[in-house]
Ligand binder design. Structure first.
Ligand code: DON
Length: 562
């Protein structure tokens, strides 16, 4: 296969956006670049690229690759995700869909037993849970089509971090402790993340990944072909099949990223740009904001306002469950779901003083949990920008490191609806639209987004499984209310995903008075025992040129302005 074939993505446009001509933001003042990511060493890898004359897209490759090394719980070469890009020279906006796809041999009932019941953990642990990765193809595609630097340069920081190692930090140590039993079953993962006697290493111990360094080097030398064909592909297929998986060499060789038009909408004069299916993020974000646009929320008391946000979330998540899947496989009423007229219909079922029970909304037939995923926000001094969310799904993905490759397998097959009405690891349910099928991409909640107003811009996204969408909804409302980047990432969060029919909230998200008002309206409130998300936000004020970058205080990331 010709090397050039790897740079040929497809502009699939099954999900037409609400098209509206793009007005170019015209910044009046010079401005710096900024990067926010979930770990300082990764943010610094991006800074290195900007200093080398690279642009935001080169920085996105470097930051993502570094995260694959230093935040192996959350993303990696074995995973995939969505890169929302804006090129300032011509205003071109696109989403590089590097979502994992199911291997060709995948079937609708592959995670069910002979009685039709889900086999416990089959879609979350071990190689059968793994889709064909998209991230290496995304690196190649971004570098060739949008970047200024070759992968040999942009992958250098990641190669260095993998070969020389980085000191174990508390958050990663906690994840290793949490997943120790799983990691110990994968000899290659155990060698990297555990001590020789199978214990959790001390803080500061150097985590070295020589196999991953070699795989990254091959990718740097040969491009995507070096990963999806040849020795690495053979090692991946051998490792996956030895563990009960069903990958073939053809699955890897035929993987392609797909360029898709971003979904675009408007909310109170702001232009909202987000990811289309196979992510549900953009549809749900626009759906919820369209519902809210019919209310004068600024004039309402805070309990009524939060009630309406909850009702909007509930309806948007319901549509996600009922309608959405991979646009290359299913027809979806995207134009309808993102239209203000449809939202007006949804508003007619919302009462200002009373919660709507989810079972009164026609739909499908739960406990969230699990981590991890990662988001990066990047702006360069030319105005190019990237919002990218990518993942291997749960902590350390499927828990399996493929021998000789250093690649941790994802468990993204769990994002399919493995049986209609059966909740996945995030409590999400789905219909046949998101059933498993060979070569299909599972529905995602990742919501990398740009929020543009005449005055400024926000680049936003977060991990958090099903919670991602509600976090981005709240972040958007907060930004448009005047919060700065630091306030947006720190704000306390609440969440309604339609099913289960409860409103979960972080401590501090509601005042005591709001709690009693919301309960009186019929909301079932549940205080969450944990903190959600790891949001990365950049804001840019056009008039002053002021740029701010903030990483979620719930995590250990870093936002830097250069
Ligand atoms: O694509 C999705 O929706 C999930 N695989 C994301 C998983 C995730 O965010 C886990 N993080 N906490």
């Amino acid at each position: 296969m010709a090397l050039a074939a790897w740079s040929g993505g497809l502009h699939a446009d099954e999900a037409p956006p609400l098209s509206r001509p793009h007005r170019l933001a015209a910044p009046a003042a010079p401005h710096p670049g900024a990067i926010a990511s979930a770990y300082p060493l990764a943010t610094q890898a991006g800074q290195e690229m900007l200093a080398h004359g690279g642009n935001a897209f080169d920085a996105a490759v470097a930051v993502s690759a570094a995260l694959a090394v230093v935040e192996p719980t959350s993303s990696g070469l074995g995973g995939g995700g969505f890169y929302l890009l804006h090129r300032q020279s011509d205003g071109f906006e696109t989403v590089v869909d590097a979502r994992e796809k199911a291997p060709a041999a995948a079937t609708r009932d592959m995670f069910l037993d002979s009685a039709g019941n889900p086999v416990p953990h089959a879609s979350t642990v071990g190689p059968l849970a793994a889709g064909i990765p998209g991230e290496p193809a995304a690196f190649d595609y971004l570098a060739r089509k949008f970047g200024k630097l070759p992968l040999k340069v942009s992958l250098q920081p990641a190669i260095r971090l993998a070969r020389e190692g980085f000191p174990l930090y508390a958050r990663l140590q906690g994840a290793i402790r949490y997943k120790r039993e799983e990691l110990i079953r994968s000899p290659d993962a155990a060698r990297v993340f555990l001590t020789a006697d199978g214990n959790v290493p001390e803080i500061g111990a150097m985590i070295k990944q020589p196999d991953l360094a070699r795989t990254l080097e091959t990718l740097a030398d040969q491009g995507a072909r070096g990963f999806y064909e040849g020795r690495i592909a053979q090692d991946l297929v051998n490792g996956v099949r030895a563990g009960g998986g069903i990958w073939t060499l053809a699955d890897l060789a035929s993987y392609r990223v797909v360029e898709r038009k971003p979904l675009i909408g408007e909310y109170r004069g702001a232009r909202i740009i987000s990811a289309p299916p196979p992510s549900s993020g953009g549809v749900a974000l626009l759906d919820a904001l369209n519902i809210l646009s019919g209310y004068d929320v600024a004039k309402m008391d805070s309990a009524t306002r939060k009630h309406l946000v909850i009702e909007a979330m509930q309806r948007a998540y319901r549509d996600r469950a009922v309608y959405l899947g991979d646009p290359d496989f299913v027809k979806m009423p995207i134009a309808q779901l993102t239209s203000p007229d449809y939202a007006a219909g949804q508003r007619s079922s919302i009462r200002p003083d009373k919660a709507m029970p989810s079972d009164m909304l026609p739909g499908v037939e739960t406990s969230p949990g699990g981590q991890d995923t990662t988001h990066i926000s990047i702006l360069d001094a030319q105005g190019n920008r990237v919002a990218a969310t990518f993942s291997i799904n749960l902590f350390f993905g499927a828990g399996d490191m493929v021998p000789k490759t250093g690649v941790l397998l994802n468990d993204t097959m769990d994002d399919f609806s493995i049986k209609p009405g059966t909740p996945n690891a995030f409590g999400l349910v789905g219909n046949a639209e998101n059933a498993v099928a060979g070569n299909k991409r599972p529905l995602s909640s990742m919501t990398p987004s740009f929020i543009e107003t005449p005055k400024g811009l926000m680049i936003i996204g977060s991990p958090g499984g099903s919670y991602i969408i509600s976090m981005v909804i709240l972040g958007t409302l907060d930004y448009l209310d005047g919060m700065n980047a630091g306030e947006v990432v720190a704000a306390r969060r609440y969440h309604d995903q339609y099913l289960p029919d409860v409103v979960e909230y972080e401590s501090g998200a509601f005042t005591d008075e709001e709690i009693s008002r919301l309960q009186a309206m019929g909301h079932k409130l549940e205080l969450s025992g944990r903190l959600w998300g790891n949001m990365e936000v950049i804001t840019w004020d056009f008039a002053s040129g002021k740029v701010a970058a903030a990483s979620d205080p719930r995590g250990v990331g870093e936002g830097l302005v250069y």
